[in-house]
Design a binder for this molecule. Structure first.
Ligand SMILES: [Zn+2]
Length: 453
């Protein structure tokens, strides 16, 4: 008998399931869904879901969230039991690296090595983050470069606050009022309404003597003027001084919807001498002021955060302020774990990392798992044990929980899966997996053609 006839007979004698899984894939009927996350505990605060549900994805969109979706309705099934499934996280304070921001002046070490300020955008995927907002790394003069070099090329969704300073965070020019062109700022925002979500002011004249050009509120006032022209919020990085008080920022300058980042930084009088939380925070919140974490390498201190949390004050949004000076110690999961360790419930931590920041940047279509929305999904593991966390004052907080991203799905594509949740064990891989390149066509181990980055 001819060899090929023997092979055909062997093939025909195999059970259909073996043929389907390892040799040829000819589904009887096309599956309704591309991807099914099965058995996970879904937390979607925007839709008041906090229970075990299956999540189905079709053509990059959320297609169904139901109690039991049959596995045979999906081309690809991933078992996520014992894990949490949440909307893709949103980090509204991030610094992406691009040629328009070549120098990091945050640390002498970084300056000495001429390190860039910003980091790769897609690093955020490692924390289950699917949307980042660059916090003013670029201004009107450098935004185009940031867009072409990074925003247009990233897998993670990148939005931006535009620095009121045209040259962005490019060194000393953040102190120059000539660089704070409100009309150019507003025109740039209006030119990119799909990307730019607000204005950023930062690092302005923190301890030098005032002079004719450098008056206390110049940067804040210019940022507000640009934001008013463009109808977007302002994000404030602020340093109070006797002529420029914290209370005046919160109660007089900031407009409803404006965002105070770095809220637990050392320079703010969050906790007063009697141990009570500064009443200006509640007063500001009541008039619509938004509070954001912006952890960074200098802006998160347990001495502010823990007493504030105990007295019921939790920032509206959690964010990292990642840049070259801190990306090796801070992450979105690290910031979230700190709040869990301080006693904030998991569903509240998820709310403040998904739908809250989405609303703050006026993108309520993000940060949810609503059917029909883009399938941005985080699969998270909540680990129990002994874990310790550090703050920017070189102090420690001990806790017993740690949140860790296990998988990140961006627009329906599996973009981060370091432990192979969605992959087959190597011994069960396709026959092609075992073929050496050069001798035949060695293909990846995947047992399907599901989109994957
Ligand atoms: Zn920052």
């Amino acid at each position: 008998m001819q060899t090929w006839v023997k092979s055909l007979l062997v093939l025909l004698a195999m059970p259909a399931t073996v043929i389907g899984s390892s040799l040829v894939s000819i589904p009887q009927t096309p599956p309704r869904y591309d991807l099914l996350l099965k058995g996970g505990h879904v937390i979607d605060p925007a839709n008041h879901i906090d229970e075990v549900r299956d999540v189905a994805v079709f053509q990059g969109k959320i297609a169904a969230i139901e109690k039991d979706i049959p596995a045979d309705q999906a081309g690809k099934v991933v078992d996520v039991s014992k894990l949490y499934v949440t909307p893709g996280l949103i980090d509204i304070h991030y610094h992406i690296g691009h040629g328009g921001a070549p120098l990091d002046w945050f640390t002498p070490e970084a300056r000495a090595h001429a390190m860039p300020l910003g980091i790769p955008a897609d690093l955020a995927l490692q924390s289950g983050v699917t949307t980042i907002v660059d916090a003013g790394t670029a201004g009107a003069d450098t935004f185009q470069q940031e867009k072409e070099e990074v925003i247009d090329r990233s897998r993670v969704r990148v939005l931006a606050f535009l620095n009121i300073v045209s040259n962005g965070m490019n060194g000393g020019l953040e102190q120059s009022l000539d660089e704070m062109d409100t009309k150019l700022c507003a025109a740039t925002i209006k030119k990119y309404p799909d990307i730019i979500v607000g204005v950023k002011t930062a690092h302005y004249w923190t301890n030098e003597a005032w002079d004719a050009e450098h008056v206390p509120w110049a940067a804040v006032d210019r940022a507000i003027e640009c934001a008013s022209l463009a109808n977007v919020p302002v994000m404030y990085d602020f340093w109070p001084r006797p002529d420029r008080t914290y209370e005046d920022l919160l109660l007089k300058k900031m407009r409803p919807g404006d965002i105070h980042t770095h809220v637990f930084a050392q320079q703010f009088p969050i906790i007063l001498a009697d141990g009570k939380i500064n009443p200006a925070l509640a007063e500001a919140h009541a008039r619509g002021v938004i509070f954001d974490v912006g952890h960074g390498s200098g802006s998160f201190w347990f001495r502010n955060a823990v007493p504030a949390e105990k007295q019921g004050f939790i920032p509206d949004s959690l964010s990292t302020d990642l840049h070259t000076g801190n990306y090796n110690v801070v992450s979105m999961n690290d910031v979230m774990s700190k709040f869990l360790s301080m006693g904030v419930p998991l569903d509240d931590v998820i709310r403040r990392s998904t739908i809250n920041p989405a609303n703050e940047i006026r993108r309520p279509e993000l940060g949810t798992l609503s059917v029909g929305k883009e399938a941005d999904i985080a699969v998270l593991e909540l680990k129990k044990g002994h874990f310790s966390y550090t703050d920017c004052g070189v102090a420690r907080l001990d806790g017993n929980v740690k949140l860790e991203a296990r998988m990140t799905i961006r627009a329906g594509r599996i973009s981060y899966d370091p432990s192979g949740l969605s992959m087959v064990e190597w011994e069960k891989a396709r026959p092609q997996y075992f073929t050496s390149p050069g001798l035949g066509n060695s293909l990846p181990s995947r047992a399907d053609d599901f989109p994957r980055d």
